[in-house]
Design a protein around this ligand. Structure first.
Ligand SMILES: *Cc1c(COP(=O)(O)O)cnc(C)c1O
Length: 382
């Protein structure tokens, strides 16, 4: 089969531009050591029972943007509650964007992350849409380097584990009138995380929701904005009551085509070996995991089609056997097999497929340093 060229998106092109090494960028965010770090017992309790997203480390990176001055006050400071006025604009108008990226400990003890320049390009893309300031992409990566170097002991060891990094920024000025932010705070916090699926890859049931959308044309769907998640939670709760772990959203005009889950992109594996994923319509979020999978598969000679995927046709394909696997993907869970798809009109099941398992093994193999990294996706933090 002819190798299909992977044409880079704008975020991918930006991500491909080189940046300084971790050693070169280190020190932009000077460290103020936490005088009251976690005790040995607290540290052991966290690291011996890794969960996801509820325990944080001793420090956080921070910088502040002030209109007319730019980004100032860079530092890695003790983790702790924020001093935020109740008048802070974000609490009223939700000007807030974020990123999700992981730090992985390799067998030799070194600490790496995956395509941080993609996330740097994306936080700027998200910020632009919410009238928040953009940042120097080397500052973004430096904030990860300095934070992870300060809290390197919190990066767990072992397959499937990581320090989940959460960079985020929001409008912090005291002003309940409406205008673009004039004071913005940016932070990076981190949470030691275990494998999302403790007993290997298990599938999840997904409810295909009608009547509710996480975003719409011209809105903020392509920005990684907290508000999109807020819009997804109520339909998510309704689906949870029916026993489904997440919802799949459909396009806003016709409710006919697949978009994505609340926080993960989707792929469909056809029995003929081709792979399909909803095209970047401006409403779905361009995932780094999605992008990595598209490129990897294409370079291996698999045909990947980014196109509209009609729900009707998908359900018919699952019934006929033309569709063999469906999975979701994102940084947090990497790959999540979808083993049941339902709504009021249908209810179909799928296996955890071999292709899904192979993609998972390949991607996590690169991230953990067990496979070669032909695309130079890994970046050494420490
Ligand atoms: C973060 C996110 C994804 C996945 O993006 P990754 O870069 O792969 O982690 C997908 N959809 C939405 C809505 C997201 O917020």
């Amino acid at each position: 089969m002819a190798i299909q060229e992977h044409v880079p998106t704008q975020l991918e092109s930006l991500a491909a531009q080189p940046i300084g090494s971790g050693d070169e960028l280190a020190g932009r965010f000077p460290l103020t050591v936490n005088p009251n770090p976690a005790s040995q017992a607290e540290y052991d309790a966290v690291m011996n029972d890794l969960t996801f997203g509820c325990q944080f480390t001793d420090h956080m990176a921070h910088m502040r943007w002030i209109k007319g001055e730019g980004w100032t006050d860079r530092g890695v400071i003790p983790y702790g509650p924020l001093d935020l006025t109740p008048g802070a604009a974000v609490l009223h108008y939700s000007q807030s964007v974020f990123e999700g990226i992981k730090a992985y400990r390799h067998d030799d003890g070194s600490i790496w992350t995956f395509r941080p320049t993609f996330n740097a390009a994306r936080i700027n893309h998200s910020a632009r849409r919410l009238a928040l300031p953009e940042m120097d992409r080397e500052d973004f990566v430096a904030s990860l380097v300095d934070y992870v170097r300060a809290d390197s002991k919190w990066v767990p060891e072992g397959d499937g584990t990581s320090l989940y990094l959460r960079p985020f920024m929001f409008a912090s000025e005291a002003f309940v009138g409406v205008h673009a932010a004039q004071v913005v705070d940016y932070y990076v916090i981190g949470s030691p995380s275990g494998p999302y699926f403790k007993s290997g890859l298990t599938g999840v049931p997904i409810w295909v929701v009608k009547g509710y959308h996480r975003a719409g044309p011209g809105g903020t769907g392509a920005a990684k904005a907290g508000g999109n998640y807020a819009a997804s939670l109520m339909p998510q709760e309704v689906a949870a009551e029916k026993g489904f772990s997440q919802v799949c959203f459909l396009d806003t005009y016709e409710e006919k085509y697949l978009e994505e889950l609340g926080g993960m992109n989707m792929f469909v594996v056809m029995a003929d070996g081709t792979i399909r994923t909803p095209e970047l319509s401006g409403v779905i979020l361009e995932g780094g995991t999605r992008s990595a999978i598209c490129r990897m598969l294409r370079e291996q000679g698999t045909e990947v089609r980014e196109e509209k995927i009609a729900l009707d046709e998908l359900v018919a394909g699952i019934r006929s056997g033309a569709v063999s696997e469906i999975f979701a993907c994102g940084t947090a869970a990497v790959i999540t097999p979808i083993t049941r798809l339902a709504n009021d009109d249908f209810d179909v099941e799928l296996p955890v497929g071999e292709k899904t398992k192979a993609i998972h093994a390949e991607l996590t193999g690169i991230q953990m340093g067990h496979h070669p990294d032909p695309y130079n996706w890994l970046y050494r933090l420490a």
